[in-house]
Design a protein around this ligand. Structure first.
Ligand code: NAD
Length: 297
């Protein structure tokens, strides 16, 4: 299949490579020439603009962009995709954005005859490279089914979450919970250690007791508890605190529009905002434990 891909960053780059590896013909575009060159070396064709890619004979175009403003610009802008694509061309946006924008863009696409899905991912850059991402898909069931073979070349779990925007709903709800649970584990670990517990022993108790969760048993924020966790390598790599802050902003904004209270989500957002203002935004999000234990950790 001829596939177009826009947004070849930390996530989009490896996702596009997996499409090439699966034997698809790939045309790519990004604002960064360096990002394009990397994909061209791997066998993709370079396209000079969003409009040019839209007007090509790609049957499916996938976007992986930083935030909602970029998605609006690429799809709805004057020289954007929707103004250029022929009816029938399928569109998938895998960026993490707010559900309302996802619904607005999908409605505009569908109205002009372009089936569209929102399909944000979890699994990080490691999952993008390994082709093991989870895709949370919003849109018509038939469009989800049609996209499955392509999504399976980039991901392992593909879940249809309901109509347009619901992929983003699942993503923001999960990430809000992840932030809250990471802060909870940070607080409990810091309390236990300050009261004299050995961190590994405490984590072992939590992980076989009712406090058990992914933030403790797989990604524990206390250094040295889990060998493979970012905490054990100075909070490098992983999922940046600023990206978590962005997702918490999406969650609290969506909650506001729905008049749905998110007390802990809002508190988590404030903690990550403060942490980011202190200059820690590029550290892995589990470094939030520094708010409890000081810089020396
Ligand atoms: P990134 O900043 O590394 O990549 C984004 C790419 O989009 C860049 O190469 C940029 O040049 C390009 N771009 C921006 N505007 C453009 C435009 N108008 N036209 C063409 N190209 C444009 O970001 P990323 O880490 O790859 O994340 C992409 C999305 O995936 C974000 O929404 C993020 O929240 C989400 N996400 C990221 C991770 C992660 O671990 N990095 C995990 C899950 C989801």
């Amino acid at each position: 299949m001829h596939i177009g891909f826009i947004g070849l960053g930390n996530m989009g780059g490896p996702m596009a490579r997996n499409l090439l590896a699966a034997g698809h013909r790939l045309s790519v575009h990004d604002l960064s020439l360096e990002a394009i060159e990397g994909l061209v070396e791997a066998g993709a064709g370079a396209v000079g603009s969003v409009a040019e890619l839209g007007a090509s004979d790609a049957e499916l175009i996938i976007t992986m962009l930083p935030a909602a403003s970029h998605v609006r610009q690429v799809y709805l802008g004057e020289n954007g995709l929707l103004a250029a694509v022929a009816p029938g061309v399928r569109l998938i946006d895998s960026s993490t954005i707010d559900p309302m924008t996802a619904r607005e863009v999908a409605a505009a696409a569908i109205q002009q005859g372009n089936p569209m899905l929102d399909a944000p991912v979890s699994g990080g850059t490691g999952g993008a490279e390994a082709g093991t991402l989870t895709f949370m898909v919003g849109g018509a069931a038939a469009d989800h089914d049609a996209a499955l073979p392509v999504l399976r070349t980039m991901g392992k779990n593909i879940v249809h979450c309901g109509p347009a925007g619901n992929g983003q709903v699942a993503k923001v709800a999960n990430n809000m919970l992840l932030a809250i649970s990471m802060i909870g584990v940070s607080e409990a670990m810091s309390l236990g250690v300050s009261l004299g517990m050995d961190p590994k022993t405490l984590a072992g108790i939590i992980n076989t007791s009712s406090g058990r969760c992914w933030s403790s048993d797989t990604y524990n924020p206390y250094p040295g508890v889990i060998e493979a966790a970012p905490a054990t390598r100075g909070y490098s790599g992983g999922f940046g605190a600023d990206l978590m802050l962005k997702d918490l902003g999406l969650a609290t904004e969506a909650a506001k529009q729905q008049k749905q209270p998110v007390m802990l989500g809002a508190l988590a957002q404030q903690l990550y905002q403060t942490f980011s203002n202190q200059g820690h935004g590029t550290l892995d999000f589990s470094a939030i434990i520094k708010m409890y234990s000081g810089e020396e950790q």
